[in-house]
Each structure stands twice: as structure tokens, then as C-alpha cells.
Write a protein that binds this ligand. Structure first.
Ligand code: FAD
Length: 459
């Protein structure tokens, strides 16, 4: 390969990497995306597989507040896949032994709700909102109202925006209002802000891949980067191993692909597999490690059905305290009208700092604790949604890192910058950098937009 055949190499073909590569190739940059998984896993945590006749997502189910994703599609001239979300905004909370509809909760207390929630979202500037990054939504609500329904509404939002969280109310007020304000700014401009797309979340990767290839970009799958090569505080390219390792100690031939700009678009827990800590400025490396320690893991149970009566499909459910597990979790469902099937999906998030250390699953005792949690949880789900577990046609159980964690102190400027300090040509994207500000795919898209602008400014 000729030297510098590429302007930019993107390591990782998740939503962050694909979004950035699509934007840069549209701008005329010669881009190479390297993804360690196979072609069907492009999209990373947002890829989808198949169970029965339904699409089953690796991770994300719905794009919550997906405006930035729409903005990228607009810029690259692609259409978002069809929205199949039919929520009627009747999310429900299971509290003190009963289900309560969120909109009824709010309707009963509308003036107070408008004063505390709507006024902040509409009247505050983004700079003012940034100042409440380090305050939890619960604290924010409690400082402004005594109304218990408004406080509960904020707790529910802690789930909706930040995942279930080990402590669902421990979500940054700044991050919450940043998303809400952005969404309000976009009203009328983009077709839909929160949706589930036909074909599963993996369907979103398709148009991005198309855009990259149409604009001369290249994507190599089954291609694992072993190292980002940095010399004299300047990026040189990436090293990839050739061949397949039969034993862990086997040495493989390494090829270096050169480029003046390399973007790490891998998740935070994979960063130090491809970056040598000593190559980074110490405080920048420390900050990455610190953020990694806040990683959340997700336990997911998905059930496939053909009995629509088992669920009203009207919105997201949140259980504040499960009657068997004692843990908060959330649930949603998806109807596939074309196949007459539906899925009900349940999530529990756990911080890896939680005890017992259930994440060390190589140890038998921890694996057993995790299995017990899944079993208790299935009993609880059946109690709250009779028939869901018993009548399921298929069931999927999964467990893995998610990093949805916009907790106070872990938003905006307190996170590492997209440009790796002191290293020319190295960029780190993904939802854990400062410009993300908000969760998930929306955060990953926002970082891609920012990184694209900065890389284009280099010329
Ligand atoms: C169960 C679950 C539920 C979620 N729910 C939602 C939701 O409802 N809404 C929402 O917006 N977000 C949700 N998220 C979060 C969302 O999926 C992620 O924020 C987003 O997909 C992250 O994209 P990314 O590109 O930054 O990372 P990833 O998708 O993790 O992509 C990183 C890619 O890098 C590749 N890679 C790693 N190492 C190498 C290497 N050495 N060489 C080459 N490639 C490499 C990986 O294979 C992967 O494809 C959820 C996540 C999970 C796990």
C-alpha cells in the first residue's frame, strides 16, 4: 500500500466510527474503517441479529432523542429507516406495588411540572444548563419543588435518559436539560426524535455503510487493529495483525497502514488494547481510566411472542424496586406488524463497582450470582407481566458493558477531549468524550459531528 493512501483511519465500525467515516468521506476525505467483527456486526453495540422472524438488537432498542443522528443523515444525503415506534407517551412507573401512568402523574400537577421542567428547558441557555452538570436530577427537583409527583417524574426521566442506573435518580441535571433543550430546538426540523426503526437498530448502519462506499471510503471487516502507532507524539498509522492466532502466545506478522489522522472509535474499555498508555499525556490517560471505572453493565432479557394481548405497547415501563430482586429495571416492547410478532425487552443496569463483583464472571461464584439474579428477575417479570415469560416462543439472555452513565461529574467538560492532548493526529470518539454530553447513539453521533469539524479544520 502506498504511503498515506488514506487521509483518515477510523478504528471501529460502531455508530460513532461509521457516522464519522460517512461524514468525512462526504467531505472528500479518503477514509479507511477497520472493524474487528464481521460485516453483519457493523454498527457495533447498535447492530442487530435475528431470532425467530424478529430483529434482535445487540444493544440499543430505540434511539432516544436521536436528533443528531438525523442531522448526520441529512448531511450525507441519506434517509433514516422507517420509524416503527408507536408509543403514546403512556410510560408507566411501578411504585409502591402499583403501576402509574406517567402522563397522569404529570397532568395532576401540571403547573408545578411546567414551572420546574418546561421553564428550565425553554428559558435557560445552554451555558446555564452546563452549570448544573454536577447536580443530580433528584437534587435539582428537590431544590425547586416539594411536589412528590414532580420529583417522581424526574426520577422516571433518570431512567428514560440515563438508563435504569444502579440509582435511577443519579443522573446529571445538565445532561437531561441539554437533551431536552436540543430536542425542542429541533422540533419541526426532523421527522422524529425518539424511535425504533424497522429491521432493528442495525438497519441504521446500512445507509452509513452505503454512504462511505459511495463516496470512495473503504471498510475492512474481520480486521483487528493491534496498535495505533505513535512516534514523537505524532500519529503514524495503525498496526494490524495478519493471519489467525492458534495459541495466545503465537506471534503474527504485523502490517502498518499509514495515515496522518487516526481515530479511535472503540468503546472505552477497549481503548488500552490499541493505545499504549505511555504514549499519552499522563493526566489524559488517567482521565480515560477514571471514566472507564464508571462503566455500567447491562443485563438484558428479551422474550419473543405472537400473543399481542400480553402487553399494551403504549410506552416504556420502569420498575423502581423489583418485588423479588429489589433492583430498579426497565422494560419496553416492540410490535412487528409485518410478522405478527412482538418482543418484550427488560434491562437492569449495574455499575461494575457494585458488590458483590458480579462482573468477574470467570469466577464460578460470580457466574452463579449472575444466574440467580436472572432467575429471580424472570420470576419478578412474570409477576408484573403475567404470561410474558411462560408463553414466550423464545428467550434471549445477555450481559455486557453499556456505558450509559451521565451521572453528575461525568458529563461535558469533565470528560476527556476528542483530541488526545499533545498527540498530533490522534482523535478519540465514542460516547465517553466531552462533546457527547448525552447518552448512547445520540452522544456518539454528536461526537462524530464535532470530530468531523475538527478534522476538516486541519485541512
Ligand atoms: C444493551 C444496550 C442497550 C442500549 N440502549 C440504548 C438505547 O436505547 N439508546 C441509545 O441511544 N443507546 C443505547 N445503548 C448505547 C449505544 O448502543 C452505544 O452508546 C453506541 O452504540 C456506541 O457506539 P460506539 O460506536 O461508540 O461504540 P461501539 O458500538 O461499541 O463500537 C465500537 C466498535 O469497535 C470495534 N472494535 C473494538 N476493538 C477493535 C479493534 N482492536 N480493531 C477494530 N475494531 C475494534 C468493536 O467491534 C465495535 O464494533 C445501549 C447499549 C447497550 C449495550
Amino acid at each position: 500500500m502506498a504511503k498515506d493512501a488514506y487521509d483518515v483511519i477510523v478504528v471501529g465500525g460502531g455508530m460513532g466510527g461509521l457516522n464519522l467515516a460517512a461524514l468525512l468521506s462526504k467531505e472528500g476525505k479518503r477514509v479507511l474503517v477497520l472493524e474487528k467483527a464481521g460485516p453483519d456486526q457493523l454498527g457495533g453495540r447498535a447492530a442487530s441479529g435475528q431470532a425467530g422472524r424478529s430483529a434482535v438488537d445487540n444493544g440499543i432498542k430505540g434511539l432516544i432523542l436521536a436528533g443528531t443522528q438525523d442531522e448526520i443523515f441529512e448531511r450525507i444525503g441519506k434517509k433514516m429507516p422507517e420509524n416503527v415506534c408507536r408509543w403514546t407517551n403512556q410510560g408507566q412507573l411501578y411504585m409502591n406495588g402499583e403501576w402509574r401512568k406517567v402522563d397522569e402523574l404529570v397532568r395532576g400537577t401540571i403547573k408545578e411540572f411546567a414551572r420546574v421542567y418546561m421553564n428550565t428547558a425553554t428559558e435557560w441557555s445552554f451555558d446555564q444548563i452546563e452549570e448544573i452538570n454536577d447536580i443530580s436530577i433528584e437534587e435539582f427537583a428537590q431544590q425547586r419543588t416539594d411536589d412528590p409527583d414532580v420529583i417522581d417524574f424526574f426520577r422516571y426521566l433518570g431512567w428514560l435518559f440515563g438508563g435504569t442506573m444502579p440509582e435511577p435518580h443519579d443522573y446529571s441535571a445538565g445532561s437531561l436539560f441539554y437533551s431536552v433543550k436540543k430536542q425542542m430546538d429541533w422540533l419541526g426540523r426532523f421527522p422524529s426524535q425518539s424511535y425504533w426503526v424497522k429491521g432493528g437498530s442495525g438497519a441504521i448502519a446500512g445507509p452509513l455503510v452505503e454512504a462511505i462506499q459511495e463516496n470512495g471510503g473503504e471498510i475492512r471487516t474481520n480486521c483487528s487493529v493491534s496498535r495505533i502507532v505513535i512516534e514523537d507524539r505524532k500519529v503514524k498509522g495503525v498496526a494490524i495483525d495478519q493471519g489467525q492466532r492458534r495459541v495466545p502466545t503465537e506471534l503474527l506478522d504485523t502490517t502498518v497502514i499509514e495515515a496522518p489522522v487516526v481515530v479511535s472509535a472503540v468503546a472505552i474499555w477497549d481503548i488500552f488494547n490499541i493505545l499504549n498508555e505511555d504514549d499519552l499525556t499522563p493526566w489524559y490517560a488517567d482521565r480515560l481510566k477514571h471514566v472507564h471505572r464508571k462503566t455500567l453493565n447491562l443485563l438484558t432479557l428479551t422474550y419473543g411472542h405472537d400473543n399481542h394481548e400480553l402487553w399494551d405497547h403504549s410506552g416504556i415501563r420502569w420498575v423502581q424496586k423489583g418485588p423479588v430482586t429489589g433492583r430498579p429495571w426497565c422494560a419496553s416492547s416492540l410490535e412487528y406488524s409485518d410478522t405478527d410478532e412482538y418482543e418484550a425487552t427488560f434491562w437492569i443496569q449495574m455499575g461494575w463497582w457494585e458488590k458483590p463483583n458480579i462482573f468477574n464472571i470467570r469466577e464460578a461464584s460470580h457466574r452463579a450470582a449472575l444466574e440467580k439474579l436472572f432467575d429471580d428477575w424472570a420470576i419478578e417479570i412474570e409477576q408484573l407481566f403475567p404470561g410474558i415469560v411462560e408463553q414466550a416462543k423464545w428467550q434471549l439472555k445477555s450481559f455486557g458493558p453499556a456505558t450509559i452513565m451521565e451521572t453528575p461529574g461525568y458529563v461535558g467538560p469533565s470528560l476527556p477531549d476528542v483530541e488526545a492532548e499533545g498527540i498530533d493526529g490522534l482523535y478519540l470518539i465514542g460516547e465517553r468524550t466531552a462533546s457527547a454530553k448525552v447518552m448512547g447513539v445520540y452522544g456518539a453521533a454528536q461526537v462524530a459531528l464535532d470530530a468531523c469539524d475538527r478534522i476538516m479544520k486541519r485541512g
